[in-house]
Design a protein around this ligand. Structure first.
Ligand code: HDC
Length: 737
C-alpha cells in the first residue's frame, strides 16, 4: 500500500492558487504528475485589485520542479474562462479545487449589501460557475473530482462572519447535491473545512499558532479525496495541524407531538421539549431518503407518543458512500411488521377501491352485518406493505423516498383474508435491478395469521433516477407480466374514481404522503398527488372478481400487474378483460385519456371453467340462471363493441329473466365500450334477446361467434328499439354477409 498516489495524465484547476492553501495544492498535484491551471486574480484579501504576478510565480515554481502548469488570471465569476484555459492548454479537465476566497468581516448589524454580495459572488457563486463550466466535460468523460472549500466558520458560526459563514455553509449543501447528481458519472464531490495559516487567517490568529497550521498539513487530504483510489463522495472534513476528521449529522430520536385528528399546539411542543432535544440513542441520517422515511413512519404512528426508534441499520447505512449497491442489499431481511385491522379497514378498503351501495352485490363488502361479509382479496397487499418502512434504511439502498414509485405487484392468496386480525409480515429483498432510468427493488413478503400463511406478495419498487449503478437488468426471481391475447377484450368494466379517491383509499392503511400531500408529490416531480398504484390495482381486481367469479373471494388465486403510468384521482378506470381458461388477462386504461395504466396484468382464478361448462347449466336452471345471463352479456358485449365502432347512436339492450330484467347492457358511445349491469331490475324489458338453447350453448362454448350468430339470425332481438337509420343500414349490410 505504500505506492505513491500519482496524478499522471490528470488536469487540475486550482482557484486562488497564488498563495496559501491553493498554492500548496497546486505544487503538490504538480509534483505528482498532474498538469495544473494556476488561477489567481492577484487581488487583495478584500477582493480589491488585480495582478498576474501571484499566479505566474506558482507556475514557475511548478515548472522548476519539472511539472506542467499554466496561469489564469480571471475572476472565478468567469468560470468558463478558467475551464477554457485548461482545455486550451491540456485538452481536458479532471479535477476542480474551488479554493479562491476573500473576507469582508463585519458584525451582522454593520454588514452592508456589498459586504454580503461580494462574499457570495466569490465563494458560493464563483464555485458554482467554475464547477458548472467543468461539469459537462466531466460527465462526458465519466470522471471528475471536485473539492468545495467550506469553513469551520460556516459549520459552527463565527462572530463577525455572517456573510462568510452563510456562503461557506452554502458550499456544503452544493457539494452534497453534486455528490448525488455526479454519482452515476463517476464524479465525486467533497467539502473540506481547512484551518491553516493563510492570508485569510493571519489577521485573526496569533503567529505561533499560524506557524503550526501549515498549508502543507491540509493538501494531502485534498490529494487523497481527488485520487482514483478514493471512493469518498458527499463527505465533509475538517483538517488542520496534521489532523483530519469527518463530520456527519446527528439527530435525536425526537418525539411525536400531535395525535391523529388533533391540532398541534406550542404547549405540546413545550411539554415534550426535553425529549425533542435528548440525544440518547441519536440517529445519523445520511440521505434525504433516510430523513424522510422518518416522516412516513411518523404518519403511521400518530396514535402513539413514542419517539422514532433508532434504526439498527442506519449507522451501517451512513457508513457507506450512498446510492444503490445491489450486492450489499440483496438477501437482506427487513424487520418483521405487525398489521392490526378490523372490519372498519376492510370496509374502508372496499370504498377506497370504488365499491358503492349503488351496486347491491357490493353490500357484502360494505356491511359487516351481511351474511356473506368478506374482505376483498386484494386487501392482502396492505398488511404486507408495512414492510416498506424498513426499506429506507437498508445498507446499499440509499435513495430519495420521494422518487419511489410502485412498479409492479404480485399477490397470491392462500386463504381468504380474515375480516379482522393481527397479521405478521416477513420481508426479504430478493433482487435489485439496474434499469438505467431507475433502480427496481424486488421485495418478497410472506404474511401470516399466527402460524398460517395467508398470502405472498412481491412488491417491485421503481426508484426513478437511481439507475446506472452497474447492476444487472433482469431477474429470474421476478414474477413476470404477461401480454393479453391479440383480440378485442371479452369484457370491459368502467368505474369513475372521485377527486377524493386517494384520500379515502389511504384510510385503510396505505399512508404514503405522495397520494395526499401536494408538497411531497411536488418533491417527486408530480403536479399534484397521484392515486396509489394499489388503488387502481384494487379496482381492476374487483372488476375481475365480479365479472368472472360472482364476487366469490374464495375463487381468487393471484394477481399480477405492472404500473405503467400514474392515475390522477377523479379519472375513470376501465378494465379490459380476456378470459383464457382460469386466467383472466387484464389491461386498465384511463378512460378520459385512453392511456394504459396497468399492463401485462392478469388474475388467476380457481376453477372458473366449471361455471360455464354445459353439465352445470341445466343444474343452474338453463337459460334462466344468472350465470347464463352473465354469459350472454359477455358475449354480446364483444359483439356490441365491434358494432359500436361503426355506429353513432344511443344503443342498449336488456336481457330478461322471466318478467324481470335480469341484466342491462349499455354502450358508452364516446369510447365504444360496453358494460354489463346485472339486475334484477324491476319492470319489463324494452328489448329482449332470445336464442335457441342449442345455439346458445354453441356461443357459450365458443363454437359459434355471437356476432355471426346475431347477423345470421340465430340470436334474435325482439321489442321496441329505435334504430337510427345509419344503424339499420349497417345491420342490413351485415345480415347480407
Ligand atoms: C413494500 C413495498 C412498498 C411499495 C411502495 C409503493 C408506494 C406507493 O404508495 C407508491 C405508488 O403507488 S406510485 C403510483 C403507482 N405507480 C406509478 O404510477 C408508476 C407508473 N409508471 C411509471 O411512471 C413508469 O413506468 C416508470 C417511471 C416506473 C418507468 O418509466 P421509464 O423510466 O420511462 O421506464 P422505461 O423506459 O419505460 O423502461 C425502462 C426499463 O424499466 C422497466 N420498467 C418500466 N416500467 C416499469 C415498472 N412499472 N416496473 C418495473 N419495471 C419497469 C422496463 O421494462 C425497462 O426495462 P427493460 O429494458 O429491462 O425491459
Amino acid at each position: 500500500m505504500s505506492a505513491l498516489l500519482r496524478f499522471d495524465g490528470k488536469v487540475v484547476l486550482v482557484t486562488g492558487a497564488g498563495g496559501g492553501l491553493g498554492r500548496e495544492y497546486a505544487l503538490a498535484f504538480g509534483e505528482r504528475g498532474a498538469s495544473i491551471v494556476v488561477n489567481d486574480l492577484g487581488g487583495d484579501i478584500k477582493g480589491d485589485g488585480k495582478s498576474s504576478s501571484a499566479a505566474d510565480k506558482v507556475v514557475e515554481e511548478i515548472k522548476a520542479k519539472g511539472g506542467k502548469a499554466v496561469a489564469n488570471y480571471d475572476s472565478v465569476e468567469n468560470g468558463d474562462k478558467l475551464v477554457q484555459t485548461a482545455l486550451d492548454a491540456f485538452g481536458r479537465i479532471d479535477i476542480v479545487i474551488n479554493n479562491a476566497g476573500i473576507l469582508r468581516d463585519r458584525t451582522f448589524g454593520r454588514t452592508s449589501d456589498l459586504d454580503w454580495d461580494l462574499i457570495h459572488r466569490v465563494h458560493l457563486r464563483g464555485s458554482f460557475l467554475v464547477t458548472r463550466a467543468a461539469w459537462n466535460h466531466m460527465k462526458n468523460q465519466k470522471y471528475g473530482r471536485i473539492i468545495m472549500t467550506s469553513s469551520a466558520a460556516g459549520i459552527y458560526g463565527n462572530f463577525g462572519q455572517g456573510n462568510y459563514s452563510a456562503g461557506k455553509m452554502g458550499l456544503v449543501g452544493l457539494s452534497n447535491t453534486l455528490a448525488i447528481e455526479g454519482r452515476k458519472y463517476n464524479i465525486h464531490c467533497n467539502a473540506i473545512a481547512p484551518t491553516a495559516g493563510s492570508r485569510l487567517t493571519q489577521t485573526v490568529m496569533p503567529p505561533d499558532l499560524l506557524e503550526s497550521l501549515k498549508a502543507e498539513y491540509v493538501a494531502p487530504l485534498v490529494l487523497w479525496l481527488c485520487h482514483d483510489q478514493c471512493q469518498e463522495t458527499g463527505g465533509l472534513f475538517e483538517a488542520g495541524a496534521g489532523w483530519i476528521g469527518k463530520l456527519r449529522w446527528e439527530r435525536t430520536q425526537g418525539c411525536i407531538v400531535r395525535h391523529r385528528n388533533q391540532a398541534m399546539t406550542p404547549e405540546a411542543v413545550r411539554e415534550k421539549w426535553d425529549r425533542v432535544c435528548d440525544f440518547t440513542d441519536a440517529t445519523k441520517p445520511a440521505t434525504i431518503g433516510e430523513s424522510l422515511s422518518t416522516l412516513v413512519e411518523v404518519l403511521s404512528r400518530l396514535d402513539t407518543d413514542e419517539g422514532i426508534a433508532p434504526n439498527p441499520t442506519s449507522a451501517a447505512a451512513s457508513a457507506t458512500s450512498g446510492g444503490i449497491n445491489s450486492l450489499e442489499a440483496v438477501g437482506r431481511k427487513l424487520p418483521d411488521t405487525v398489521f392490526s385491522y378490523s372490519h372498519t379497514e376492510c370496509i374502508l378498503y372496499a370504498l377506497g377501491v370504488g365499491m358503492s351501495t349503488r351496486e347491491p352485490d357490493h353490500l357484502r363488502f360494505l356491511y359487516e352485518g351481511h351474511q356473506e361479509f368478506g374482505c376483498l382479496p386484494t386487501y392482502g397487499v396492505i398488511p404486507a406493505q408495512a414492510s416498506m418502512m424498513g426499506l429506507g434504511s437498508v445498507p446499499g439502498l440509499e435513495f430519495d423516498l420521494t422518487r419511489l414509485l410502485h412498479g409492479e405487484q404480485y399477490l397470491e392468496m392462500y386463504k381468504p383474508l380474515p375480516t379482522s386480525g393481527k397479521l405478521t409480515s416477513k420481508a426479504t429483498i430478493t433482487d435489485v435491478l439496474d434499469k438505467v432510468s431507475g433502480a427496481v427493488i424486488l421485495l418478497d413478503v410472506h404474511t401470516y395469521n399466527g402460524e398460517d400463511l395467508v398470502c405472498f406478495n412481491q412488491f417491485s419498487v421503481f426508484i426513478v433516477g437511481a439507475g446506472g449503478f452497474g447492476g444487472k437488468r433482469t431477474s429470474d426471481k421476478a414474477k413476470s407480466t404477461v401480454a393479453p391475447p391479440d383480440r378485442a377484450p371479452d369484457a370491459v368494466m368502467t368505474d369513475e374514481t372521485t377527486r377524493d379517491q386517494a384520500a379515502l383509499y389511504r384510510l385503510s392503511g396505505d399512508w404514503n404522503p405522495l397520494h395526499i400531500d401536494p408538497s411531497f408529490a411536488a418533491m417527486g416531480g408530480f403536479k399534484s398527488p397521484i392515486l396509489h398504484g394499489l388503488c387502481s390495482f384494487g379496482f381492476a381486481g374487483r372488476h375481475v372478481l365480479k365479472q368472472y367469479a360472482n364476487n366469490d373471494v374464495s375463487k381468487f388465486k393471484s394477481i399480477k400487474v405492472r404500473f405503467v403510468k400514474p392515475v390522477l384521482p377523479g379519472q375513470s378506470l376501465q378494465t379490459e378483460m380476456w378470459k383464457e381458461g382460469n386466467r383472466i388477462h387484464i389491461q386498465c386504461k384511463v378512460k378520459e385519456t385512453g392511456a394504459v395504466v396497468l399492463a401485462g396484468a392478469y388474475v388467476d382464478l380457481h376453477g372458473t371453467e366449471d361455471t360455464t361448462t354445459p353439465e352445470k347449466l341445466p343444474e343452474a336452471g338453463g337459460l334462466q340462471s344468472d350465470l347464463v345471463f352473465e354469459e350472454i352479456g359477455r358475449r354480446i358485449e364483444t359483439m356490441g363493441a365491434e358494432l359500436v365502432k361503426k355506429v353513432n347512436a344511443v344503443f342498449g339492450w336488456e336481457i330478461t329473466k322471466g318478467d324481470d330484467v335480469a341484466a342491462k347492457w349499455t354502450i358508452d358511445l364516446k369510447t365504444g365500450v360496453g358494460s354489463l349491469h346485472k339486475g334484477p331490475f324491476s319492470g319489463k324489458a324494452d328489448v329482449t334477446l332470445t336464442v335457441s338453447d342449442e345455439d346458445f350453448m354453441d356461443v357459450v362454448l365458443g363454437k359459434l361467434n355471437p356476432q355471426k350468430a346475431f347477423f345470421a339470425g340465430k340470436l334474435k332481438m325482439r321489442g321496441n328499439i329505435m334504430l337510427s337509420q345509419k344503424l339499420e343500414m349497417i345491420l342490413k349490410d351485415h345480415a347480407k354477409l
